[in-house]
Design a binder for this molecule. Structure first.
Ligand SMILES: C[S@@+](CC[C@H](N)C(=O)[O-])C[C@H]1O[C@@H](n2cnc3c(N)ncnc32)[C@H](O)[C@@H]1O
Length: 424
């Protein structure tokens, strides 16, 4: 049994003090080891290289036991408990207050509605995309992924307030409110947590689930849910298929290129993804903004002509191309990390679109979709009203293998043993 002690700067509770006093090996960050009463008799290992430290922990735990690991905040939350359990260790966890809980407490804010994301030892872009889409996000930072890098990624398109909480509970604790632009120019002390707040959005209503809200109650919304010019809007049935192939999620960035009414971008935002609507027409951009406001989501609108305008945008996970030729599709395919989905009315565009996707290394497929909707006729009868056929062409980068179904039916009828008879 390994004892894992959380440290938040406050004096250790008695069980943690006792475990430390009896320890043969104490492993932890330099600042924790310096701040705590580690007995002279105990061997200490500074947790720099986590893999090497885990090796030492494993050896000592097997030999004599008496291993204590000290980590920040709640070690069960984005902390060392996961790695110890993955190696099969049994652990006794004595947590302190997580830096995230402390940060929200310092800001005087509730946080059951906040997203908590980690950029510590991970790519920053997912954290940035979460901040683009959500009004209240706590970011656990790390080297090369701190307040300055976050500020650089969010400024100027995303007006936010940062609450940077440095060295919480430590001798250099400081809490600074600033704008993303200011965060890029100041030096920051590690460790820190950044609360990224969109104060222009109304406070979330009282919820029942912590963190991200559940997905939308409906999607592939009817065309009437969007203001559109003429009937220039992706039809609900086509949008349903496109959304299924785009797979928008929290942490993703989706481009909707040739966005028209912005219906695809808005639906992606409703799934929790960050979204950018790219549109060259000024009136359409205004219409997209009105639609975005009506749906209460965040979608950035980038006015300009693709492919040139795409050069200035951050890399997307997935792209929907509703307008633009093979040149635009190819530019999108070159940047997309996961998927490009293209909706086409003309048969002649299908081949060049497939070629544009495969030329950028995507595995391409296509389908023609046609729906016939039930339309009422006088006399309480219905006819089928056909919508225009649409080709959907899509390409995936390194598609993950799908789970294969069992080779043969494995469920044989089973004979159950009869229940023992009982006298009532
Ligand atoms: C691996 S995570 C560990 C989180 C920890 N389990 C917790 O509950 O706070 C490390 C990150 O937590 C944040 N952090 C940990 N201790 C902190 C402190 N005292 N002040 C500010 N941030 C802290 C920093 O973002 C740091 O890069």
């Amino acid at each position: 049994m390994i004892t894992v002690i959380g440290h938040d700067g406050s004096p250790l509770p008695e069980p943690a003090r006792q475990a430390l006093a009896e320890a043969a090996l104490v492993v932890g960050g330099a600042r924790h080891l310096a701040a705590l009463p580690v007995p002279e008799t105990a061997r200490t290992v500074v947790m720099g290289d986590v893999t090497a430290a885990l090796e030492e922990i494993g050896e000592q735990a097997e030999k004599t036991g008496g291993v204590v690991v000290v980590a920040s905040g709640d070690p069960g939350f984005f902390g060392i408990v996961r790695a110890l359990r993955e190696r099969g260790h049994r652990v006794r966890v004595l947590p302190a207050i997580s830096s995230v809980a402390a940060a929200f407490a310092r800001a005087g804010l509730p946080w059951d509605d906040a997203l908590v994301v980690s950029a510590h030892g991970r790519e920053l872009r997912r954290a940035v995309n979460a901040c683009r889409a959500h009004p209240k996000v706590a970011v656990l930072t790390g080297p090369g992924a701190g307040p300055a890098e976050l500020g650089r990624a969010l400024f100027p398109q995303h007006p936010r307030v940062f609450v940077v909480c440095e060295d919480l509970g430590g001798p250099h604790e400081r809490v600074v409110r600033c704008r993303p632009a200011e965060a890029t120019t100041r030096p920051w002390r590690d460790p820190n947590v950044v609360l990224v707040l969109d104060e222009t959005r109304p406070a979330a209503p009282r919820g029942w689930i912590a963190g991200a809200r559940p997905g939308p109650d409906r999607w592939a919304l009817p065309e009437e849910a969007f203001e559109h010019r003429g009937s220039v809007v992706t039809k609900a049935e086509v949008r349903a298929f496109a959304l299924a192939r785009l797979g928008p999620r929290i942490g993703d960035l989706i481009w909707d290129v040739g966005a028209g009414s912005g219906s695809v971008a808005i639906e992606c935002a409703r799934f929790g993804a960050a979204a950018i609507a790219v549109e060259r027409d000024a009136d359409s951009c205004e219409r997209i903004r009105r639609n975005v406001r009506a749906h209460g989501v965040r979608v950035a609108v980038s006015r300009g002509r693709a492919p040139a305008v795409l050069e200035h945008l951050p890399d997307p996970d997935a792209v929907f191309v509703g307008g633009g030729g093979p040149q635009v599709v190819r530019a999108c395919a070159a940047r997309a990390l996961r998927t490009v989905v293209v909706a086409l009315a003309s048969l002649e565009r299908v081949r060049p679109t497939l070629d544009a996707l495969t030329a950028e290394g995507l595995t391409a497929q296509a389908v023609q979709l046609q729906a016939a909707r039930l339309a009422p006729l006088p006399g309480d009868v219905h006819r089928l009203a056909a919508t225009n056929p649409v080709f959907v062409v899509w390409g995936d980068r390194n598609p993950a293998p799908l789970p294969s179904p069992p080779a043969s039916p494995s469920r044989r009828p089973q004979t159950l043993a009869p229940l023992p008879e009982t006298d009532q």
